[in-house]
Design a protein around this ligand. Sequence first.
Ligand code: G3I
Length: 338
Amino acid sequence: MARNFLSFASIVVLLPFVSAQLDIFAQLAGKKYFGTATDNPELTNASYVKQLENVLDFHQLTPANSMKWENTEPTQGNFTFAGGDQIVEQAEKHGQIMRGHNCVWHQQLADWVTDGNFTKPELLAIVENHCGTLVRHYRGKMYSWDVINECLNDDGTFRESIFFNTTGTDYIGVALRTARAADPHAKLYINDFNIEGQGAKSTAMINLVKSLQKEGVPIDGIGVQSHLIVGEVPSTMEQNLRDFAALGVEVAITELDIRMNLPATPALLQQQKEDYTTVITACQNVPECIGVTLWDWTDKFSWVPGTFAGQGAACPWDENFVKKPAYAGIIEGWLERQ
Ligand code: G3I
């Protein structure tokens, strides 16, 4: 209550002096950060970097690709951190905090892992070495790590990756314990998509976290990716975040974008604005939701058109770095009262 009162008072005092900025309003709402994903090739675009460095909007960065397995251990035992280091240096220049992404994922995995015909003990040792080396390299520099990425299917069963098929669920505990030892202060997350609303996959996530907690495996957070579709934000999102938080973990919106069928019309952009407000309001209303990360801030560098033909315009800024109505929608979300 006190937090809400102070936030509201601060907003009223500051509004005449500060033009709307995403992280300012997230902070006033009591959150740790508002941030964005970024990728190394984008850092050659001066206009892009200028906005990326606007700490009033972005107080947190996530590397979209450069810390993934295929980039960090492309051949067994040979680690390459140059791309990830560049993003960390970029963040450090402006005091932006970092989310690490990710330790174990079935995609963008090095072929030697998939094709190696490893036994269970061998693969668990490989997971341990990969996560340990990666997380240790960035020790003290990461707020959090997506240690496990996308380990569930939409029906709530475990995804049949090389990791699950070889080790069952043992790789999850090994990765989390290793990450904890490698950087005791980093918050350790399991991150997934289609867990925004209540349903089979969210229930499975709850059961997974409960079973890890029962076994004494370290788990600090659930990353709710939030790759959403205009007009289809789940109505149970806020309650679902509460259900996750009830486990005693923190929650973060880790990869937010809201795509539409192209072309973007004024009506779609208006609906998108409302959808961004709905998502941010859900986080705002759940104290354990500690922050929000866009999966890049501009349509110019969005992953969406490359994956979903005919869809796009998912970010709050357009391809020319002009703010869309969604930007104001985010601010309105932080200002919504419960
Ligand atoms: O690195 C090659 C480059 O050498 C080549 O010239 C170019 C040609 O297309 O491709 C480059 O690789 C691309 C890579 O991004 C780096 O830009 C891949 O084709 C492309 O598939 C890959 O997409 C990434 C995607 O993960 C892979 O699934 C996206 O950038 C990245 O934003 C996206 O992020 C994921 C999260 O990690 C997990 N959650 C879902 C999210 C969206 O898919």
